[in-house]
Design a protein around this ligand. Structure first.
Ligand code: KG4
Ligand code: ZN
Length: 359
């Protein structure tokens, strides 16, 4: 008789405005996924206010973790390890998750794994089954060598993985991340934060070929830049209402018609996504990866999925949209591979945050 020992990892994420915890079994099965967002508190400011996010994490972190265990129907005895995001992110926000995880690791005597948020985004793609309803997941785990595409609010990167933890950063953005560009364009168009979904919805009513917006040419073959595109959108909106570059961006939305907003949103979205897809296709042609995976909030954009699938010769599996934005499941999944492949755990008495951690 084969006796299979199941391994349950608790993942904790608090790097920005989401407080999240999840239990993942054997690095592939989702048992729980609890996300409390303070997004509503930030909407009126048009972006995340770090102090508000940190305060909210303090209030909800323990209830969120308790709910993640309860939904997984597991007690502490059945948790094998704790994984927590220690960077990159907002200092005050990261501190809350890391301190909670350190304390729980000491109290319950569990190994503690420090997780890179950006790397974790890609590991959401390793979840292939769920005890929870309404998750659309890949049928199989990705295989190596794999090309990872990170498109979030803080990062835009292309990473080539030979194996777990053995990767090479091919390129990244020189300025704004793609999600940040969506958020800033949303502000110009008077659309709600977060900008990714709201620009995407507005774009559906618009004509993507109405305006020709620029694509940045970079010295690095796999590098990106989105700040020029964002400024081009601002100048376009000013020109459309007959004003010059001194006209304030905060007053533009009230002067633009809904049709103009939709056409600008669609034209911007098309070029922003095409910028990413061009480089992914280039990297695919050079490195011939066995799989291409995509992670981060912008990975849920239907236009990105459409363009990427059309551009690449290999089939791409996309994960559920709930696992593209920040969550604890991606953290638990990467934690599983650290635990099962023998990574040395962190010292729960000293683990520090690393707000500007990179891949
Ligand atoms: O990965 P994420 O939740 O947080 C970071 O690590 O930054 O990504 C957040 C970003 C935001 O910029 C948001 O506008 C964008 O992801 N986003 C989307 C969508 N949902 C969130 N962008 C495009 N389409 C979406 N459906
Ligand atoms: Zn993220």
């Amino acid at each position: 008789m084969i006796c299979l020992v199941q391994m349950n990892i608790l993942g904790i994420e608090s790097s920005c405005d989401e407080t999240a915890a999840s239990v993942v079994q054997d690095g592939n099965k989702l048992l729980s996924n609890v996300v409390a967002s303070s997004m509503d508190l930030h909407t009126k400011y048009g972006g995340v206010v770090p102090e508000i996010a940190a305060r909210s994490h303090i209030e909800v972190i323990m209830p969120v973790i308790e709910q993640a265990l309860a939904e997984a129907e597991l007690g502490w005895d059945e948790i094998d390890a704790i994984a927590v995001v220690y960077g990159a992110g907002l200092g005050g926000s990261l501190l809350i998750g890391v301190l909670a995880a350190r304390t729980l690791a000491i109290v319950h005597n569990k190994p503690l794994y420090a997780i890179n948020h950006v790397e974790a985004h890609l590991y959401a793609n390793f979840i292939t089954s769920s005890a929870l309803p309404d998750y659309v997941l890949p049928e199989k785990q990705p295989i190596f060598p794999m090309l990872g595409v990170i498109v979030s609010g803080g990062h835009s990167q292309l990473v080539l993985f030979k194996d777990h933890f053995d990767y090479q950063l091919l390129g990244q953005t020189y300025d704004d991340a793609i999600g940040e560009a969506f958020d800033k364009v949303a502000k110009v168009l008077g659309l709600p934060y977060p900008g990714g979904p709201s620009v995407g919805i507005k774009a559906m009513e618009g004509d993507a070929s109405k305006y020709k917006l620029p694509k940045a040419k970079m010295a690095g073959k796999y590098d990106f830049s989105f700040s020029g595109l964002k400024t081009a959108v601002l100048r376009l909106a000013q020109a459309e209402i007959g004003e010059d570059f001194t006209f304030p961006s905060t007053k533009l939305a009230e002067r633009l018609s809904e049709a103009q907003k939709a056409d600008i949103a669609a034209s911007f979205q098309h070029v922003a996504i095409e910028t990413i897809v061009d480089k992914v296709r280039l990297a695919h042609d050079e490195f011939s990866p066995a799989s291409v995976i995509i992670g981060g909030g912008v990975a849920s954009d239907p236009e990105l999925r459409r363009q990427l699938s059309a551009a690449l010769p290999l089939p791409i599996s996309y994960t559920d949209r709930k696992l593209c934005t920040d969550n604890g499941a991606m953290v638990a999944t990467l934690g599983y591979f650290k635990h099962s492949l023998g990574t040395t755990p962190s010292d729960p008495y000293t683990l520090d945050i690393a707000p500007s951690l990179s891949m």
